[in-house]
Design a protein around this ligand. Structure first.
Ligand code: GLU
Length: 322
């Protein structure tokens, strides 16, 4: 074949193929949390599934400050999908709690926030080391406590739970640390305790347990009931003994739910395709973290605190999921 013919063929194939792929590529950014949490590995697996299974989609998971920060990323249109806690999604959608303007006292609802799927329970784990003379959350008075990364749902839970025990940032020494930082500083004795709201086992806590004797501080059932009277998304749970090395006793505590959210403006067909690919390949998420096993199509709408995205809703209706 002559050189001219080859160039001509190349020109035609490239010319035909190029505009098609260039036009069809859709970038889907997924906001997760810190690297030592559960959102991050699950988000990575989800992005892989979407890139592999939804034609034209190129998805990437990104780290973030977690729930509150993720809702702001969604509201601004900086990401397409995000992992968030259901309590925080509810506050955002209705413009209450931290989504209320402090100065004017007016709600600032994120009214374009839309639900895609309910995922798995996230456990509020208040971690300390044995031998510190701390047996209850009330003992955290005047102590140095990691309350979660700035913009995390963890930090919101820490504030609400501390208040229940008569504490606040005026009588503890709070540090806004992500899970990895909190684990390191707990091991090094820099902080006395850490709040961590995440699926269990949480890698950061396993890391502490590997070299220190840890204990989980209880949030007894009646305290959770009291909490729930004001904040309806808390539920009462028990962390089984030996979830972490050296944690011999069961611990009563509170939990919320992890969920996936998007924005109303996202294309209906795209969200339908992403929702379908998520559930068609849920085994991939199940392999990425122990909590993946809790993620199931049958419970995907249970306790959804906000309006669902039309694309996700169409998928669930087709599958008969209520
Ligand atoms: N639920 C946590 C938060 O919003 C993040 C959990 C995780 O990263 O797995 O603060």
């Amino acid at each position: 074949m002559s050189r001219r013919a080859i160039i001509l063929i190349l020109f035609i194939t490239v010319g035909l193929a190029w505009p098609v792929t260039a036009q069809q590529r859709t970038f889907v950014a997924v906001a997760t949390g810190g690297t030592a949490g559960v959102y991050f590995p699950l988000g990575g697996a989800l992005a892989e599934v979407w890139s592999a299974k939804v034609p034209g989609v190129q998805a990437t998971a990104q780290t973030s400050g977690a729930s509150v920060a993720n809702i702001q990323l969604i509201a601004r249109g900086d990401v397409a999908v995000a992992f968030v806690q259901n309590d925080i999604a509810y506050y955002a959608f209705h413009g209450i709690e931290m989504f209320m303007d402090r100065v004017s006292n007016k709600p600032q609802p994120v009214s374009n926030l839309r639900g895609v799927a309910m995922l798995y329970p996230e456990i509020i784990q208040v971690v300390t080391l044995k031998g510190k003379g701390i047996a209850s959350i009330a003992d955290l008075k005047d102590r140095r406590v990691a309350v979660g990364a700035p913009g995390s749902g963890t930090e919101v839970n820490a504030r609400q739970i501390l208040r229940l025990f008569g504490l606040g940032y005026y009588n503890i020494r709070e540090d806004f640390l992500n899970f990895a930082e909190a684990a390191d500083q707990l091991k090094d004795g820099v902080i006395d305790a850490a709040f961590i709201t995440a699926g269990i086992p949480t890698a950061a806590i396993q890391d502490v347990a590997a070299s220190r004797d840890l204990q989980l501080l209880p949030i007894p059932r009646d305290a959770v009931d009291e909490l729930r009277a004001q904040y309806p998304y808390y539920t009462s749970v028990v962390v089984a003994a030996n979830t972490y090395k050296g944690q011999e006793r069961v611990a009563e505590t509170a939990a919320v739910m992890a969920m996936l959210v998007t924005r109303q403006e996202m294309d209906e067909r795209l969200i339908y395709d992403l929702t379908k690919a998520l559930w068609d390949n849920v085994d991939r998420l199940q392999q990425a973290h122990a909590r993946g096993k809790d993620i199931s199509l049958t419970t995907s709408r249970r306790g959804m605190p906000i309006t669902m995205h039309a694309g996700a809703l169409r998928y669930y209706r087709e599958r008969g999921i209520k």
